[in-house]
Design a protein around this ligand. Structure first.
Ligand code: NMX
Ligand code: MLT
Length: 435
C-alpha cells in the first residue's frame, strides 16, 4: 500500500528538523543581510528575513515551486485524462513534499479533498446575510473566518498536545479548509450574480473540474481553473497575502483565522485586487471606444491620462520581479490558443505593447512589465465570468494552497512568533547621524 501524503510528509519533516536545529545551534550568529534606512521606511523591500522551502522568486526568471519553473510544474504534474492542465491536488502534493506525485498518489489526494468538501450550512447562512452590495472578498474572508469553530488544531491545542505534533492537526485543518473553498467561492458567485442558482459540489470531480461544474461552465473552464489555481498558489513568502498568513499563524492562530487574514491582504488594489482593477480599467476604455479597438496612439493617451491623474496602471510593475511575470506569459500563451480573437484579449495585448515603454519613459516604476493580474481577468471574461469584482476570490483559492503548505511546515519546524523590532523616526535620525 502506497504511503499517504501525510505519511510522506511525516518522513520529510523528520529529515528537515535536524537541518534547522543545526543552523540555529551552530550558525545562528551568521549574518544573512544588512538593513538600510530605505528598507526600514520602504516596506522592507529585498530584506531577507523569512524562510520558506515551498517556493522562491528570482527577479529575472520568476517563481519556482520547490525548485521547478511553472512550465516544468505544468509539464510534470499528473493530468486528468480529459484535461490539458494538471490536478491542483497534485500541486499541493508537490508544494508540501517537494516530490511530483504519481497518478496513484495524486488520486489519493483528490479523494481526500473530495471527502472533506462538504461546507457547513451556517457558512451559507452567513453569506446569505450580507447586504448584496458587499464585496465578494469580504464575504469570502468572513465565510472562512466563521469556520474557525471547526479547527482540530484548536481542540488539540487546548487538550494539551506536544509542540512537535502541532503540524498534524494543522494538516487536517488545511485539507478541510482547501477542500471547501471552491464551493464557498462558487456559492458567493452564484448568489451575487446568478440569482442564487446553485450546483452543489460533485464528489467524483477533481478540484478544477468541480469548480467549473459549480460555476456552471463548460470545458475548457476546468483547465482554466486548474491553471489559475496552480499559478496563483505561491510567490515566495514576502508578498502581502503569504506574509500575512505566516504572521497571523505565528501566534498559533488556526488555519481559518490565518487564511481569512491572508484574504484581507490579498483584497488590496496593489496586490490581488489588481486583477479586478485591470478589467475595470479596460472596461472604462471600452466604454469610451464603443465597438472600436483603440489605435496604439489612442491607447497611449489613455495610459498617460491615468498616470497624469496620479493613478497606477493595474497589472504592471512588481515589488520583486524585473522582467515579464512568467505567470503572465503562461496565461498569454493560453489566451493565444483559445481566445486570440476576443476583443478583450486584443485590448490587453495592446496594453502589453504600449504600457512598458510609457512606464520606462515616466521613469518611476522599477519594473515596467506586466504581472500575473494583467491577463487573468481577460481569460475569465472570455469564459463568461464578467463580474470582475469576483476575480480576486479566484486568486484567493489558489493562494490558500500555498499558504496552507507553508503554515503546515511552519508548525512542523517550530518557527516562532514573528516579532520584528520597530524604531522611531528619532532613532533613525540618530542612526543616520543627522541629529
Ligand atoms: N503604474 C504606475 N506607477 C507605478 C506602477 C504602475 N503599474 N508600478 C510602480 N509605479 C510607481 C509606484 O507607484 C512608485 O511611485 P512613487 O515613487 O510615486 O511612490 C514608483 O513607481 C516606484 O515603485 P516600484 O518600486 O517600482 O514598485 P513597488 O515595489 O513600490 O510596488 C506594485 C509594486 C506592484 C505595488 C506597483 O508596481 C503597482 O502599484 N502596480 C500596479 C498594481 C498591480 O498591478 N499590483 C499587482 C501586483 C501583483 N500582485 O498580484 O500582487
Ligand atoms: C503575488 O503573487 O503575491 C504577487 O505577485 C505579489 C508579490 O509577489 O509581491
Amino acid at each position: 500500500m502506497k504511503k499517504t501524503l501525510k505519511q510522506v510528509l511525516a518522513d520529510k519533516i523528520k529529515e528537515q528538523r535536524p537541518r534547522v536545529i543545526r543552523l540555529l545551534k551552530e550558525h545562528g550568529d551568521v549574518v544573512v543581510d544588512n538593513v538600510t534606512i530605505s528598507q526600514v521606511i520602504g516596506g522592507m523591500r529585498g530584506l531577507k528575513s523569512l524562510v520558506s522551502d515551498i517556493s522562491s522568486l528570482d527577479p529575472e526568471e520568476g517563481i519556482r515551486y520547490r525548485g521547478y519553473t511553472l512550465k516544468e510544474v505544468i509539464e510534470k504534474l499528473p493530468k486528468p485524462e480529459n484535461g490539458t492542465m494538471p490536478y491542483v491536488e497534485g500541486l499541493f502534493y508537490l508544494l508540501l513534499t517537494g516530490d511530483f506525485p504519481t497518478q496513484e498518489e495524486v488520486m489519493q489526494v483528490v479523494d481526500e479533498f473530495s471527502k472533506r468538501r462538504i461546507v457547513p450550512r451556517y457558512v451559507f447562512e452567513i453569506i446569505d446575510s450580507f447586504p448584496p452590495s458587499t464585496h465578494p472578498m469580504a464575504m469570502f474572508s468572513t465565510a472562512i473566518l466563521t469556520m474557525n469553530r471547526e479547527s482540530i488544531f484548536n481542540r488539540h491545542y487546548h487538550s494539551g498536545i506536544n509542540k512537535k505534533d502541532y503540524w498534524e492537526s494543522t494538516y487536517e485543518d488545511a485539507l478541510n479548509l482547501m477542500a471547501k473553498l471552491p464551493e464557498i467561492a462558487a456559492y458567493i458567485y452564484n448568489k451575487l450574480y446568478r440569482k442564487g442558482e446553485r450546483h452543489c459540489s460533485d464528489p467524483n470531480l477533481d478540484m478544477g473540474a468541480n469548480f467549473a461544474y459549480m460555476m456552471n461552465k463548460e470545458k475548457p473552464y476546468d483547465d482554466v481553473s486548474r491553471l489559475h489555481f496552480i499559478i496563483h498558489s505561491d510567490h515566495e513568502s514576502g508578498n502581502v497575502s503569504a506574509h500575512t498568513a505566516h504572521l497571523v499563524a505565528s501566534s498559533l492562530s488556526d488555519i481559518y483565522l490565518s487564511t481569512s487574514a491572508m484574504i484581507n491582504g490579498l483584497a488590496g488594489p496593489l496586490h490581488g485586487l489588481a486583477n479586478q482593477e485591470v478589467l475595470r480599467w479596460l472596461q472604462s476604455i471600452m466604454e469610451k471606444m464603443g465597438d472600436k479597438l483603440p489605435t496604439e496612439e489612442e491607447m497611449k493617451k489613455f495610459v498617460w491620462d491615468s498616470l497624469n491623474a496620479g493613478q497606477v496602471i493595474p497589472g504592471f510593475g512588481h515589488a520583486v520581479l524585473r522582467k515579464t511575470d512568467p505567470r503572465y506569459t503562461l496565461q498569454r500563451e493560453f489566451s493565444l490558443k483559445h481566445l486570440a480573437d476576443d476583443p478583450i484579449f486584443k485590448y490587453a495585448d495592446l496594453l502589453y505593447k504600449v504600457v512598458p515603454p510609457i512606464l520606462q519613459e515616466q521613469g518611476k516604476a522599477k519594473n515596467p512589465w506586466p504581472n500575473v493580474d494583467a491577463q487573468s481577468g481577460v481569460i475569465q471574461w472570455h469564459y463568461g465570468v464578467t463580474e470582475y469584482d469576483f476575480y480576486t476570490v479566484l486568486f484567493g483559492i489558489g493562494r490558500a494552497i500555498g499558504i496552507c503548505a507553508n503554515i503546515i511546515w511552519d508548525r512542523a519546524l517550530g518557527y516562532p512568533l514573528e516579532r520584528p523590532k520597530s524604531v522611531t523616526t528619532d532613532m533613525l535620525e540618530d542612526i543616520a547621524g543627522i541629529k
